[in-house]
Design a protein around this ligand. Structure first.
Ligand code: NAP
Ligand code: MG
Length: 402
């Protein structure tokens, strides 16, 4: 059988620890035997980030802008312990943060549903994709602790010198004050990414804020979404039979639980932070969750939602057996290959990505899975495989699929 040819390279961002180990296994076992894999390789492993003073991260983001599709391995975000462990020149910023800032994107997280791993909410038969705005609000706040009585004011000085001033509170005693902001440009980008993703995935879009209480701030989010929808997406949504649905966040929470899934749920930064952890857990496992960064101008970066699985890596280094789930990382690859195939009109590449996804699901449905899933599986007969054993089992199944 001849290998599938690619036209445009994928931007490949290698990473750290156990996920770096898995990365190589996936390429060797599941990709290279079947695809004449074209990638532009960037090593975002912490050692190489340090060697290049983190320039490699910026370069990889630049390459993603150029080619349009990237696949990323999980990476270490250094803290104090990592600076010592790796003798780093400095405490580099999170690569995901750097790449997100460069692409001005929105992060979409989707559960991978498979028979035998049941969501805690029985009615959810289709995925719910979380879309989290990744700029501003409480993540870029300014806070003051008032140590005693006094007046807190909100002041905006326009470029022409006009001043708008409002009293926040007249303190009778000590208290706390917080200033937050967002920009129309960022919210518009967020809205556009959400509508574009929903259209691409053929899913309805839900958006919710607390606009009954926040009549200017949250209402601004609601209004921008409405405007972007009416002027840029309504026609395409109608044609595809899709719906855009705005509701108050309290109402949305209740409806999400009663729903059967099958929609994208867009949320402001903090709401999305909190809700996506709840949703990931409700669907079963962080290792069964994909994560895609989509920029408003249609650039895609695929990754797993989990980290570098440090605890397993230390066992691996000691030569002990590990059972690390590679599903989300395999799906990052198939997501990127499928998107590349669609953009370059390479149906064979799209078919391959579909076949590999089916092989992964089929392997798990046959009862062959890693330890994290074996613990929660509802299948009657389950075989717990080690890290490599699972990838090999997927390969066997893939051979049959192809
Ligand atoms: P983690 O790597 O997500 O792992 C936390 C725990 O979750 C693991 O110890 C393991 O539980 C379980 N787990 C996660 N992924 C798994 C998988 N694929 N298969 C089986 N079990 C899995 O988070 P962390 O240990 O807090 O962070 C490690 C490093 O990852 C940190 O340096 C952090 O900066 C980085 N990180 C990177 C990203 C990213 O690049 N996107 C995201 C988050 C964190 P058990 O130990 O109980 O088996
Ligand atoms: Mg969080």
């Amino acid at each position: 059988m001849s290998k599938i040819q690619m036209r445009t390279p994928l931007v490949e961002m290698d990473g750290d620890e156990m996920t770096r180990v898995i990365w190589k296994m996936i390429k060797d076992e599941l990709l290279l035997p079947y695809i004449d894999l074209k990638t532009e390789y960037y090593d975002l492993g912490l050692v190489h980030r340090d060697e290049t003073d983190d320039q490699v991260t910026l370069d990889s983001a630049e390459a993603t802008r150029k080619y349009g599709v990237a696949v990323k391995c999980a990476t270490i975000t250094p803290n104090k312990a990592r600076v010592e462990e790796y003798h780093l020149k400095k405490m580099y910023k999170s690569p995901n943060g750097t790449i997100r800032a460069a692409l001005d994107g929105t992060v979409f997280r989707a559960p991978i549903l498979v028979r035998g791993i049941e969501p805690y909410v029985r009615t959810w038969t289709r995925p719910i994709v979380m879309a989290r705005h990744a700029y501003g609000d409480v993540y870029k706040n300014t806070e003051i602790r008032a140590e005693g009585p006094g007046r807190a004011e909100l002041i905006f000085t326009a470029e022409d010198g006009t001043v708008t001033r409002k009293t926040i509170h007249d303190f009778k005693g000590a208290g706390i004050i917080q200033g937050i902001h967002n920009t129309d440009a960022s919210i518009e980008g967020f809205a556009r990414s959400c509508f574009a993703y929903a259209l691409d995935a053929r899913m309805d879009l839900w958006f919710s804020t607390k606009d009954t209480i926040s009549k200017t701030y949250d209402a601004n989010f609601r209004d921008i979404f409405e405007r972007v929808y009416e002027t840029e997406f309504k026609e395409a949504f109608d044609a595809a039979g899709l719906e855009y649905f705005y509701t108050l966040i309290d109402d949305a929470v209740a409806r999400v639980i009663r729903s059967e899934g099958g929609f994208v749920w867009a949320l402001k930064n903090y709401d999305g932070d909190v809700m996506s952890d709840m949703m990931a857990t409700s669907f079963g496992s962080l290792a069964m969750m994909t994560s895609i960064l989509v920029s408003p101008d249609g650039i895609y970066e695929y990754e797993a939602a989990h980290g570098t699985v440090q605890r397993h890596y230390y066992k691996y280094l000691k030569g002990e057996s590990t059972s690390t789930n590679s599903v989300a990382t395999i799906y990052a690859w198939t997501g990127a290959l499928r998107k590349r195939g669609e953009l370059d009109e390479l149906p064979e590449l799209v078919h391959f990505a579909d076949a590999l996804d089916r092989s992964v699901l089929g392997t798990i449905e046959d009862g062959k899975m890693t330890g994290d899933l074996a613990l929660i599986s509802t299948l009657p007969k389950v075989e717990k495989l080690d890290t490599e054993g699972f990838i090999k089992a997927v390969r066997e199944r893939l051979e049959r699929e192809l």
